[in-house]
Design a protein around this ligand. Structure first.
Ligand code: SAH
Length: 264
């Protein structure tokens, strides 16, 4: 085992915050820099930013894309940075018909839609763990959803007018993850058929939930819908990511971290 990093932080264990791509973090690192200053440690080809943001001690990093990247990064947050809990923020494709671009999904459970060791194990089951669905921490997910509801109540209409989306809705339920960008009507229809309660599809969340389950660390995942995982997904994803994702992330995290700080 390599030498532990010197990540000492006075008092409380920090919250780990991660996203796949820089646009999904919004201005979080700049906000940390302004509030407490930032200490950046490089570990496993990733930069981990330590400091306080909206009153909460945090370690902020980018996982990059896919389940392996996410599992690797969240393991480092747990073992090298001793985070108390993990929150993932990012974008996803809407799967259920009522989950539209601009909506927000907070995971209550997560699963890998592309894991399949059948006939040896049931489809979707993680072999030898005997599970397919991993729960987000109920209290953390509740606080994250409350921050989303507050954002929608306060800024939803203005956001919709500014971005030309419909007024955002907050959904809670199943998010599915796999190592594919889902971008065709046929592919999203197949997902709906196989997993009728899936709200959204992305590429990291279930890996994070599994690692957090195995190490007993609470986690929560929030995803803003950038596309509907159909043939329009590539264009919709890029324009949402570059133009809108940061605004949502800033607004949700400011409320979540502010309340977290007050609660703690
Ligand atoms: N070329 C892109 C790759 C991003 S892949 C880039 O690096 O800029 C899409 C990312 O957004 C993943 O992190 C995934 O979690 C999420 N996502 C958004 N829409 C998705 C969809 N329709 N299918 C799968 N993942 C999606």
């Amino acid at each position: 085992m390599s030498a532990p990093l010197n990540t000492s932080h006075a008092g409380a264990r920090p919250l780990g915050i991660l996203a796949a791509l820089p646009q999904e973090l919004g201005d979080l690192i700049e906000a940390m820099r302004a509030e407490s200053g930032v200490r950046t440690l490089t570990h496993g080809r990733r930069d981990y930013h330590l400091g306080t943001v909206h009153g909460t001690p945090c370690v902020v990093t980018l996982a990059r894309v896919g389940k392996v990247a996410a599992a690797t990064t969240v393991s480092a947050l747990i073992h090298a940075f001793d985070v108390e809990a993990v929150v993932f923020t990012g974008v996803a494709g809407g799967v259920r018909g009522d989950v539209q671009v601009g909506d927000i999904v907070v995971a209550s459970t997560l699963m890998q839609h592309d894991i399949d060791a059948s006939p040896l194990f049931p489809r979707f089951e993680v072999p030898l763990l005997g599970m397919s669905r991993f729960a987000a921490d109920a209290a953390l997910a509740e606080r994250l959803a409350a921050a989303c509801e507050q954002f929608v109540a306060e800024e939803g209409a203005a956001c919709a007018a500014r971005f030309g989306t419909r007024e955002p809705r907050v959904h809670r339920g199943l998010i599915v993850s796999g190592d594919q960008f889902v971008a065709s009507a046929a592919a999203v229809a197949a997902l709906r058929d196989a997993l009728p309660d899936a709200l959204a599809v992305e590429m990291e969340g279930a890996a994070i939930a599994q690692v957090c389950y195995e190490y007993g660390v609470p986690c929560a995942v929030v995803r803003t819908i950038s596309d509907t995982a159909d043939d329009h997904a590539p264009g919709s994803f890029v324009s949402f990511l570059t133009g809108i994702a940061g605004t949502y992330s800033n607004a949700i995290l400011a409320r979540f971290l502010g309340a977290q700080h007050t609660a703690g």
